[in-house]
Every structure is written in C-alpha cells, then in structure tokens.
Design a protein around this ligand. Sequence first.
Ligand SMILES: CCCCCCCC/C=C\CCCCCCCC(=O)O[C@H]1CC[C@@]2(C)C(=CC[C@H]3[C@@H]4CC[C@H]([C@H](C)CCCC(C)C)[C@@]4(C)CC[C@@H]32)C1
Length: 400
Amino acid sequence: CLQDPASAYRFTGAVCRLTYPAAVVLNEKTTKVIEAAFQHARYPSMKGEKSLLFIGKVMYGLDNLEIHNLSIGQSAFELHPGEGIAMEISNVSAVFKGTIQYGYGSWLVNFGHSVDFEIDSQIDLGINPKLYCGDGKVAADTTDCYLNFHKLRLHLQGDKEPNWLKKLFTDFITLTVKLVIKGQICKEINKAANILADFIQDTAEQFLTDGDISVDIGITAAPVITANYIESYHKGLTKYNNKIAVINESVFHPSQLTEDRMIYFWISDQFLNPMLKAAHQDGRFQLNVSGEELTVNNTGEHKMHFLHEGVYYLRGGGSQPTYMALCGKVISFISTLKDAFVVCVPVLGVELTRLLDKQGLYQFDLFNPEVLPRDGFVVIQMDFGFPHHLLVEFLKRTLQ
Ligand SMILES: CCCCCCCC/C=C\CCCCCCCC(=O)O[C@H]1CC[C@@]2(C)C(=CC[C@H]3[C@@H]4CC[C@H]([C@H](C)CCCC(C)C)[C@@]4(C)CC[C@@H]32)C1
C-alpha cells in the first residue's frame, strides 16, 4: 500500500469517491452505531486503593457496571482535508448502575462496605477517525476519542444528599468511573468503525464475485480526504483459473470525477477487460445480438473498450470487422478496423442489469445511476440511501 496516492494511480483499477452528501447519509446512521457501542460495551470490574498521607488508605472496587436509559442526541461531522473526519455526538444521556465496594484502613481502624449506586450522566462524545491502509484494506483509527461529562452525579444507594465525607469519597469514585466508561466506549467505537469499513468493502467484494470469478479490491494507497469527499484506490485485479490479472498502465486522475453526485466508481479498462474475458471463458457471457444492421453470435475473445462516444465492445476474428457504438439507443456504423469486430447494443444494458441484480445490487437504494464511458475507463455515478436492513445487518456484525 503506497503512502503517496499519485504514485499508485497507474496500478489502480478502481476508485471509489464518496462525497459529502453521501457521508451525511451515512452519518445519519452513526447515532445507531454509537448507541450499539454504548450498549455493547462491557465494563470490567475494577479495584484500587488511594493512600491518605499518615492517616491510612481508602480501598475501592467497582462491579456490575451497566448502562440504562441510553439516548443519543444528534451527530455532526466535518471532513478535514489531509487529516480525517471530525465527529461530534452531543446530548448522550444515560444512567450507569453498579455496585461499589469501599473501605478505609489505618493503624487504628479498618472498615469496609458494599453499596449499589446509580449515576445520571449527560455526555458529549467527540471522535476523529483517521483512515489508513490496514492489511490491504481501508482501516479507521479512532484513538482520538473523548467524552465530555456535563453531568455525572453519583448517588450511593439512592442517597441524594451525601454528607461531606461521602461527597469526598463519591467525587473520587466519580473520576474513576469516568475513566472506565471513556476507555470502554472509545474501544467499542473503534471496533464499530472498522467493522463498518470492512462491511462496506466485503459487500463490494462479494458484489464483484460470480462463481469462480472474483476481484481483488485491496487498496493500492491510503485513502484521500478533502473537504468535499473521501476517495479510496483499489487494485481491481480479476482472479480466475488460478490466474490474477495485472494492472500497470491505468490512467486515473482525480479531475476525471466531479463532486455533485453521492458516490462514484471509476473503473479502468484494465479492470473490466480481464473480468469480461474470464466471464466469456467461464461461459457466463453469452450474448446473441441481432439488429437492423447485422446478427452476430459471440464466438471469439472479447475486449471492452470505452470511448467518449459510447461503449465499444470488441470481438476478435471476423472477416469484415465492423464497428458499432452504443450511443444511447442509436446503433450506427462508425468505421472498420483490422482483425476486430465491435458490437455495442442496448441489449448489453439488459444483461448488465440482470447481472447487477443477481449480485444483490437491488438491496441498495440507488438513485439515478449514470454510466459515463470515457477514453480508457468508465465512470459509474449515483446517489444512494443506506437501507435500514443493511444497518441491521451491519449492527448484527458489530454485536457478534
Ligand atoms: C458497495 C456497493 C456496491 C455497488 C456497486 C455499483 C456498481 C459498481 C461496479 C463496479 C464497482 C467496482 C469498484 C468497487 C470498489 C469499492 C471499494 C470499496 O468498498 O470502497 C470503500 C472503502 C472504504 C470506505 C472509504 C468506503 C465507503 C464508506 C467509508 C466509511 C464511511 C464512514 C466510515 C468511518 C470510519 C465512520 C466511522 C463511524 C463510527 C461510528 C465512529 C468510513 C469512512 C470507513 C471507510 C469507508 C468506500
């Protein structure tokens, strides 16, 4: 995984750009993820002691800490160019309940006591995820995570008006409880963030697997974050019959994508052609085409080449090579070229739609997808919603 994205572009077969509006949609689901992190966190039993100079020491233990009546306010975020994501989850309110064991020991007297407690809390949570290349995938580092406790009132056994000694003791215990809660919550959030990143990448990888054909979408460089988008760079290497495609002349440049749609997939010819060839060899790409100008049965090797005017689909062989280009619904002869035969027809769209649905694309709320053929690559851009069932599927993974 190269640290400098620009030096990785030539090895990049696919790019995914997630713009700010898409992050807003995902962020709307963040509160559910944070809620799961709070509820799923397990608070370990904890023991400690504090010496009181010359007058002995205080011992304490915290057990059975649980969270109740959790409610999450709103979540806001910003994309910090070259840095990461800044997230603020405010008005988190919860009641923590548990058991405290405490005691006092000195040369003169020793005593101990165990008492149930509950803590009303109002918390603001701040998380600043940074994205990096972890084991060939996009990984999230959320160690920059903090909890601001606006209110953390500890009531011992329902005692709402403690005396000064109990108040001194509860203030000390309150500090300890804050540290335990922060440590566990931030640990759960880091786990949730990486499960989310893996879930998305696994979904994309499954989407690109069909029978014995699969695609390695491991990343070629660390993701880039600007004020308007998050962009990840992927190998796009087709694996079939123990052979893995090679990409070394890819032509990606960030200027080839705009920023007005929610999600963009930039796909190189060098990614698609090996996939098409494998699909043909595996007998998955059977296409009988007839139209006013001609009828063909595909028999030779296939190569997909994208040009600005439309999608070109080449078939090797054929005596009189004829080029046809898909320009919307119009099929027209364009030219003849040596030892190749091009057929590009609207029926290709029907086949692609069938394949996309078979791969589970219907599960996504995708709006206004556009396929833009360009010289040497194609851009697929669309808007999307994060369907509730996908969130449930993701949270099941988080709570495993
Ligand atoms: C995935 C749907 C597939 C539809 C396909 C349509 C047709 C496309 C045809 C061919 C495609 C070929 C190329 C596919 C390559 C895709 C590779 C691919 O999967 O790219 C993804 C890489 C990871 C990521 C950058 C991404 C998206 C979302 C990012 C995540 C958003 C929030 C996540 C934060 C960590 C939030 C933490 C919140 C927590 C509660 C604190 C964040 C930023 C993690 C990283 C992902 C795109």
